[in-house]
Design a protein around this ligand. Structure first.
Ligand code: B3K
Ligand code: ZN
Length: 898
């Protein structure tokens, strides 16, 4: 790895340890918005494990160099340049003091030190620390940090940094200071500071070993009434990590700070997590059930990083999934345990289904396009482009497979060994795999391919029943199909796939499972097969009747399963499978198949029709009171338009939309009475409760409302939605009602009721930015019509006084919602969506390259679309490629066009 960042390709194979190490860092900040002076005193020494270099190359960006001193004496041989600072012929072991200046007020990239709402914040991962001071800004350089902050006391009464507060006090001229010390060695990407007018919700708790810990959630004063849920989530996270993994909070104090200008969800800085307000602030009036659940998940995620990421960190950024895949897995398990404990399989399944839906819709798509990369990438141009669904979500599935192979206890043993070996170190994905393998006495060499091969594996299944011998054989074949070129290059051989299977008898009950060569049936009616070869046959014996296979139960591996189920068999599985995930899966398969057939017909102008048996299968789920409301909601929600378009030989968003709307209308009209009954029955009167059960009732009720809005005569739905809007005591019900009003009116180009509700919503929540984000997003994702295309609404909203391109949440709520979550409108044949997209990518590129690069990705699958759309997208990509400046966006559009 080169010590200076150049806009070239960085390769994993080029990793070399740093020539120098930094043991301690003392930072002093004089915080002034336009001109912050940073003094950085470091203890530097040669790395005994690296080859010799006479010069010290430090990274730095957008810094004004002031001075350098070695061991207290001015050092003349320091040269500042575009990518950092070179110090010629330095000693072997020395104290280096550097002074530089940065401009947080003008920093719209939100990377490094910046000002938001008049307060100072930092974001250093991945390479933002070099925008604060010159440093060896790479994760394998770990140091202990002491931080002194000085600022105007009136403007910045609160001064925070990592670790423990050593002292604070007043200075002349109305200034004050605070000094913080983080006792743990950490890489620079975990550094943080916050300064400004903030208040905290505080709580003191005792950790497992009886030590008292101070917990704080810092927000702007008017948001203090929205911090309780984040605090509760933090306390639950602390308890959970102790109980499930024996991991205790290692600092006396743990802080979460909310900021409204933030590039992503949140950041796990040691002891001082900085969060997007979206993942902290919630009360029933402003936040939906989904927001509450997301806050719990993200608070958990960042807290869990304290061990998986911070105590044990990444050697280099190619190892990103070491901390992200593992920590996503941990937050998923946390949420599942919070919802259903270890034993309530149905409640756990709800979470599992939601996670798999995201994986399949987003990560599988990524794996099929120009950005396809292995969980551990081989190269990158801009590392910020690799905080991807593959690194996070597929990475989490890879970690989950260890647990599927070894069980919870075996997984825990592996984790224990990982920490025993690597606490305080910067390590690799191989180190993690070896710990899991060694703790469980198993050779996991083949498992390495999950880290090095890109693309979504396909497992095709053939089955054969021999009635005379009572044998049932299951033959599995694995491959990658016609993967994207970017993925194909990485594919070298078969994977170790834990393939969970069950066999179901005619009465719907599981059959006992005994593999050939075993003396008796196993206790469990789900077996995890070790599928390691390209083709492999597993034979079950003593199978008294021809079974129906339940394949890849609980989605035991991130693969696509190909098996020729008949529609009747899917309906049977939907009604009977003991594995709740696969019950849902059967319904999705059934719906996907119908919808793709219909989309094909819509594309060629053939009239659409839907078999009564499909309606009947959905009716059974809708009316089956033995199923939990949250499961019914998930099962009755059709696969998304984006997912369906992805499955077509040529993506045709208009045809998919027509097909999906046709089915929704058909289900709405055919089951009208049932939807009405469900909408009535699942009301949650009384005070709002954020429990999974109450959220499940609301979800099902609001799904019913959204179907009712599809009725040929929507008058009744409009009446119900208006009443629900007016009576709502929580944001889940209010926003669902508003969305139903917008969509019920779409075909007629809008309605008085919808407009009134929109106006009311704005007035009511004018002072709540996160709710105004919803107001923008609801309008950007609404259904359009020929007479009222959504692009026109979006263009108008771009000029709304509340719109602000510099605020990432606001940009996402309007622009991203339209470009990435309203495919039928975005992919309009006239190319209006693409022209809009290009303008916004170019505008954002000048402000905030990271956010621009995310938006740039919404055209990356352009080659898979119908010819007209393809041409329009290519033209837009070329326009962007010719105008953008950032490395971030260039990498995306150049890979897309290559
Ligand atoms: N580690 C951060 C993500 C940083 C993204 C930098 N572009 C949040 C998280 O995954 O927890
Ligand atoms: Zn993370």
């Amino acid at each position: 790895m080169a010590d200076t960042a150049t806009p070239n390709v960085i390769r994993r194979a080029d990793y070399a340890p740093p020539a120098f190490l930094i043991d301690t860092v003392a930072l002093e900040f004089d915080l002034v918005p336009e001109r912050t002076v940073v003094r950085n005193t470091m203890r530097v020494r040669r790395n005994p494990d690296a080859s010799h270099a006479s010069n010290l190359e430090l990274m730095g960006e957008q810094l004004e160099f002031v001075s350098a001193a070695i061991d207290g004496a001015a050092f003349a041989n320091a040269h500042a340049h575009e990518h950092g600072l070179t110090l010629d012929n330095v000693p072997d072991n020395f104290e280096l003091t550097l002074t530089s200046i940065c401009n947080p007020a003008e920093n719209t990239t939100l990377s490094g030190l910046y000002v938001s709402g008049g307060n100072f914040f930092t974001q250093c991962e991945a390479e933002g620390f070099r925008r604060i001071t010159y440093f060896l800004d790479r994760p394998d350089v770990m140091a202990t940090f002491t931080v002194t902050l000085r600022a105007s006391k009136a403007d910045y009464p609160v001064l925070l940094s990592n670790g423990n507060l050593l002292e604070e006090g007043d200075l002349p001229d109305g200034r004050h200071f605070a000094r913080w010390e983080d006792p743990f060695r950490k890489p620079s990407y975990l550094f943080a500071l916050v300064a400004g007018k903030l208040v905290a919700l505080e709580e003191r708790v005792k950790s497992g070993s009886g030590k008292e810990k101070l917990l704080q959630v810092w927000v702007e004063p008017h948001d203090l009434d929205k911090t309780r849920h984040a605090m509760d989530s933090l306390i639950n996270s602390i308890r959970w990590d102790e109980a499930r993994f024996g991991l205790e909070l290692d600092l006396d104090r743990f802080m979460i700070v909310a900021v409204s200008d933030f590039n992503m969800g949140a950041m796990e800085n040691k002891g001082l997590n900085i969060f997007n307000t979206k993942y902290v602030l919630a009360n029933p009036e402003t936040a939906t059930d989904t927001d509450f659940a997301n806050i719990e998940a993200v608070v958990g995620h960042e807290y869990f990083h304290n061990w998986t990421g911070n105590r044990v960190t990444c050697r280099d950024w190619f190892q990103l999934s070491l901390k992200e895949g593992l920590t996503v897995f941990r937050d998923q398990e946390f949420s599942a345990d919070m919802a259903g404990g270890a034993t309530d399989e149905a409640a756990r399944a709800t979470k599992r289904i939601e996670d798999v839906r995201v994986l399949r819709q987003m990560q599988f798509a990524e794996d099929a396009g120009p950005m396809a990369h292995p969980v551990r990438p081989e190269s990158y141009v801009e590392i910020n482009n690799f905080y991807t669904m593959t690194v996070y979500e597929k990475g989490s599935e890879v970690v989950r497979m260890y647990q599927t192979l070894f069980g919870r206890d075996g997984f825990r043993k592996g984790m224990d060994l990982y920490f025993k070996r690597h606490d305080g170190q910067a390590v690799t994905c191989d180190d993690f795999r070896h710990a899991l393998a060694d703790a469980n006495g198993r050779d996991l060499a083949q498992f390495e391919r999950w880290y090095s091969q890109a693309g979504t594996p396909r497992v095709s299944v053939r089955t054969k029943y021999d009635a005379a011998q009572q044998r049932y054989s299951v033959t599995l074949t694995q491959g990658y199909g016609d993967a994207a070129p970017a993925a194909r290059e990485t594919q070298k051989g078969p994977l170790l796939i834990p393939f969970a299977i069950g066999l179901i008898g005619k009465d719907g009950a599981d059959l006992p499972l005994q593999l050939e060569g075993e003396t008796k049936a196993s206790n469990s009616t789900t077996r995890v097969l070790d599928f390691t070869q390209t083709e492999q046959t597993f034979t079950f014996v003593n199978v008294a009747q021809e079974p129906l296979p339940s394949l890849l139960r609980n989605f035991s591996a991130p693969v696509i399963v190909e098996y020729d189920y008949s529609a009747d068999q899917l309906a049977f599985l939907l009604a009977h499978d003991s594995d709740p995930f696969n019950r849902w899966e059967a319904g999705q398969r059934l719906a996907t198949r119908e919808l793709l057939t219909l989309a094909g017909r819509a594309a060629t102008g053939v009239p659409l029709q839907l078999d009564d048996s499909v309606v009947a299968a959905f009716a059974r789920v809708l009316t089956d009171e033995s199923l939990s409301p949250s499961f019914r909601e998930l099962a009755l929600m059709l696969p998304s338009e984006a997912y369906l378009a992805e499955q077509m030989a040529e993506s045709n968003p208009a045809a998919v939309h027509a097909a999906r709307q046709f089915v929704r209308k058909r289900l709405a009209n055919a089951l009208r009475k049932d939807w009405l009954a469900v909408h009535e029955k699942h009301r949650t009167p009384g005070a709002y409760e954020a429990t999974p059960e109450a959220a499940g009732h609301r979800a099902l009720k609001n799904l019913a409302l959204s179907y009712l809005a599809e009725l040929d005569d929507p008058a009744e739905a409009v009446r119900l939605a208006s009443a629900q809007y007016d009576a709502a005591n929580n944001m889940t019900d209010r926003s669902a009602a508003l969305s139903a009003l917008l969509n019920a009116a779409a075909a007629n180009g809008g309605s008085v009721e919808a407009q009134q509700a929109l106006d009311d919503f704005y007035r009511r929540f004018e002072k709540e930015p996160l709710v105004i984000d919803k107001w923008f997003a609801l309008q950007a994702t609404q259904r359009g019509s020929a007479q009222r295309p959504v692009i026109e609404i979006v263009r108008k909203l771009m000029a709304h006084p509340a719109f602000n391109l510099k605020n990432p949440n606001r940009a996402r709520s309007l622009i991203f919602s339209f470009c990435a979550a309203n495919p039928a409108q975005f992919h309009a044949e006239d190319g209006s969506g693409y022209a809009f997209w290009a303008d916004q990518v170019i505008a954002l590129d000048a402000i905030n390259p990271q956010v621009a690069a995310r938006l740039a990705r919404s055209l990356e699958l352009w080659r898979r679309f119908t010819p007209t759309l393809r041409d329009g997208m290519r033209a837009a990509l070329e326009k962007v490629a010719s105008q953008v400046k950032s490395r971030d966006v260039r990498e995306i559009v150049e890979k897309a066009l290559a």
